[in-house]
Design a binder for this molecule. Structure first.
Ligand code: PLP
Length: 387
C-alpha cells in the first residue's frame, strides 16, 4: 500500500527522543525552547510558541489578536476544518472567500470584491486566515495591501508550507502577517507526532500566546499586575488559558526533523517534477506553480479534466484505492461539512471551490516514496483512466 503522505523517521530522530526519555524533563524542559529557537531562526521570525497542535496554535493566535464574540473571520473553503473552527472557538462568525482557479489558494480578486461589499454593509472581517494550500504560498503582498486598506489582521495558516518560500523569503517570517502557524502532524512536512507552532515578530502577541498555552498562568512577578505575588506560591493565573503545551519528547523529534527540513522539501520537489513529466500525457491538470513561490509541496494535487477523462473522480479514487494507492481528497469545502451547513451555508456557495472539489485528487508525495513506487502510482492512474 502507498499512502498519500508519510513521516520520515531516522535513527537520529529516535536517539533524540530516547535522550529526552532518559532525561529529567519529559515536558517543560529545555527541548521545547530549543525547538522554538530553531524554527524561529529558520523562518526569520522573532518569536516562536510551540503547542500541541496547529489547531491549538490557530486558537491561541485568534485569541491573542483579540478575536471574540461579534467579530467576523474569513478564510478559504478549501482547507482543513481547523482553519475555520478556530474562529468559532472564540465566538466569532466565519465566512469563506472563493479560491483562485489556478493556485487553489484564496483568490485575491474575490477577496477584494467581498471586502468592497462588506465595507458598504458594515460586515468587514477583523481577521483573514489565508492558507498556503499544498505548500504553495498565497499572494501575501496583495492580501497585506488589502489588510492595510480595510484594517483587518492576518494569520497565515502555513500547516502545509514550512520550508517553502515567498518572494525569496522563508514562509513564517511574518512580513505580511501578525502570526504564522505550522503543523507537525505526521503527514505534514516535518513531524512531532502531534504538534504545532505559532511564530510572530510581535513580542506582546508572543507573550500572550505563551500565557494562553499554559492555563493563563504566569510565574513572572512583573506580569502579576492585579495584585502582588503571593509570598509562598510563585505563580498566578491572570487570564483564562488552556493546556496546549508541547512535550519535550515531541520537541526533541521536531528539533531533529528540522535538520532535514530542506532535504525533505528538495525531495518533494523532485517527486513533483517527476509527476509533472509522467502525467503530461494523461487527461489531468498538474499543479500550477507561481514564479514568486517555492512550495513546501505538502500535497501534489491533480485535477481530472472531466471533459477528456473517461471516468469521474469517484471511480478514479476507488480504482486507485483498489490498486493499493491510497490517494486522498484535500478538501471538501469547509462550508459543506454538516456542522457548517447547519449554520446556513449551502452547496454551491463558492463556485470555484465546488469545481475543484469535484476534480481534485491528492497523489502520494513524501520523502520516502521511491521512484519505483511513483512509477506504480502513475501506472495505476493510467490504467484507471483507461488512457
Ligand atoms: C493539518 C492542518 C491543520 C491542523 O493541524 P493539526 O496539527 O493536526 O492540528 C490546520 N490547517 C491546515 C491547513 C492543515 O492542513
Amino acid at each position: 500500500m502507498i499512502s498519500y503522505g508519510r513521516q520520515d523517521i531516522n535513527q537520529v530522530d529516535i536517539d533524540m527522543v530516547v535522550g529526552v526519555l532518559r532525561s529529567d524533563f519529559l515536558t517543560q524542559g529545555p527541548a521545547v525552547p530549543a525547538f522554538e529557537d530553531a524554527v524561529a531562526s529558520y523562518c526569520g521570525a522573532r518569536h516562536a510558541v510551540a503547542v500541541n497542535s496547529a489547531t491549538s496554535a490557530l486558537h491561541i493566535a485568534c485569541l491573542a489578536l483579540g478575536v471574540g464574540k461579534g467579530d467576523i473571520v474569513w478564510t478559504t473553503p478549501i482547507t482543513f476544518v481547523a482553519s475555520a473552527n478556530c474562529a468559532l472557538y472564540c465566538g466569532a462568525t466565519v465566512d469563506f472567500v472563493d479560491i483562485d482557479p489556478g493556485t487553489y489558494n484564496m483568490s485575491l480578486e474575490r477577496l477584494a470584491e467581498k471586502l468592497a461589499i462588506a465595507e458598504t454593509v458594515g460586515t468587514l472581517p477583523k481577521l483573514v486566515i489565508p492558507v498556503h494550500l499544498c505548500g504553495q504560498p498565497c499572494d501575501m503582498a496583495g492580501i497585506y495591501a488589502l489588510s492595510q486598506q480595510y484594517g483587518f489582521k492576518i494569520i497565515e495558516d502555513a500547516s502545509h508550507a514550512i520550508g517553502g518560500r515567498y518572494k525569496d523569503e522563508p514562509i513564517g517570517n511574518c512580513r505580511y502577517s501578525a502570526i504564522t502557524v505550522f503543523s507537525f502532524h505526521p503527514v505534514k512536512i516535518i513531524t512531532t507526532g502531534e504538534g504545532g507552532m505559532a511564530v510572530t515578530n510581535d513580542g506582546s502577541i508572543a507573550k500572550h500566546m505563551r500565557l494562553l498555552r499554559s492555563h493563563g498562568i504566569t510565574s513572572n512577578a512583573a506580569e502579576m499586575n492585579c495584585r502582588p505575588p503571593d509570598e509562598i506560591w510563585n505563580y498566578q493565573q491572570i487570564d483564562l488559558g488552556f493546556n496546549y503545551r508541547m512535550t519535550d519528547i515531541q520537541a526533541a523529534l521536531g528539533l531533529s526533523q528540522m535538520q532535514r527540513l530542506d532535504e525533505f522539501v528538495t525531495r518533494r520537489h523532485a517527486i513533483a517534477k517527476r509527476y509533472d513529466q509522467m502525467l503530461s500525457s494523461l487527461p489531468v491538470l498538474t499543479p500550477f506553480q507561481h514564479t514568486d513561490s517555492y512550495s513546501g509541496y505538502h500535497l501534489y494535487v491533480i485535477r481530472l479534466k472531466l471533459g477528456q477523462a473517461k471516468k469521474m473522480q469517484r471511480p478514479v479514487y476507488d480504482g486507485l484505492h483498489a490498486a493499493g494507492i491510497l490517494v486522498n481528497l484535500h478538501y471538501i469545502p469547509v462550508y459543506r461539512q454538516p456542522y457548517y451547513e447547519r449554520m446556513g451555508f449551502r452547496v454551491g456557495y463558492c463556485a470555484q471551490a465546488e469545481q475543484y472539489y469535484s476534480e481534485a485528487i491528492s497523489m502520494p508525495i513524501y520523502p520516502g516514496l521511491t521512484e519505483a513506487q511513483q512509477g506504480q502510482v502513475v501506472f495505476a492512474l493510467r490504467e484507471v483512466l483507461g488512457s
